[in-house]
Design a protein around this ligand. Structure first.
Ligand code: SAH
Length: 233
């Protein structure tokens, strides 16, 4: 009788887990269709990673059910995980290639880093809040990402030891494009960055061509400000 009860309980528990998993994958499919494809992002590699990476694992457990909503969500310490469409758009603008080495400023939850890690060879990511850096490092390790390197520090300064980078993606907003990041961009490289002294900020893509920087305005965006611009690590 006890055994029967136990197997019944196990059956119930596993179908509950399966149902949850399926629900999330359906929500992810809807997110890709309605928020990303419908707004014009058609790159199959990007759509595939947005479909595969489990965004609900990057938000606080109490917000899991909102993980696929069309909006940013709080991740603690007054910071947010970006809206899915913005993650997809910035990823597309970065034009990631399989052999690329990419730098991200503002690790936050680690979600954008995970998306990039599926598309490029190596992702270096810097987070200024020690607790967030530590949590992202742990999570990305548990999820099996061996090509993401997380550092706690001031991203304004970039990561000179690992430069130059094929791509730089900035997910917090400085007032101006940081000079160290321009210097750490490879010839032919792309930088995607929200910049602005007020709100909204301007999402820009910078291309380095023959040593010169070409800037392209994409759209208005709202990002958390970049902190401690002048401070050293
Ligand atoms: N890319 C993140 C979202 C980041 S929110 C994700 O996928 O979840 C912006 C992050 O930038 C915050 O975590 C904030 O702490 C961080 N940040 C702000 N100023 C920074 C700086 N100077 N250097 C590095 N990180 C910074």
């Amino acid at each position: 009788m006890k055994r029967l009860f136990l197997s019944f309980f196990l059956l119930l528990f596993s179908s509950f887990c399966l149902a949850q998993r399926d629900d999330f994958s359906i929500l992810r499919k809807q997110m890709v269709e309605r928020q990303i494809k419908a707004r014009g992002i058609k790159d199959i590699h990007i759509l595939k990673v947005m479909q595969n990476v489990e965004r609900h694992k990057f938000v606080p457990p109490s917000l899991e059910k909102y993980a696929y909503d069309d909006r940013p969500l709080p991740i603690g310490y007054d910071q947010t995980i970006s809206q899915p469409y913005i993650v997809a758009l910035m990823t597309k603008l970065l034009s990631p290639k399989p052999k690329d080495k990419v730098l991200e400023i503002g690790t936050g939850s680690g979600y954008q880093a995970a998306i990039l890690a599926e598309l490029v060879e190596k992702v270096y990511t810097i987070e200024i809040i020690p607790e967030l850096a530590e949590a992202a490092k742990k999570k990305l390790k548990i999820l099996g990402y061996e090509n993401i390197f997380v550092k706690c520090g001031n991203g304004y300064l970039g990561w000179p030891e690992m430069a130059p980078f094929d791509g730089i993606i900035v997910t917090c907003s400085p007032k101006d494009v940081p000079q160290p990041l321009i210097e750490q961009l490879k010839e032919g490289g792309r930088m995607v960055i929200p910049v602005g002294k007020g709100l909204p900020q301007k999402l820009l893509v910078l291309y380095k061509k023959e040593g010169k920087i070409i800037k392209k305005y994409i759209t208005d965006v709202l990002f958390v400000p970049m902190r401690h611009k002048q401070k050293l690590n």
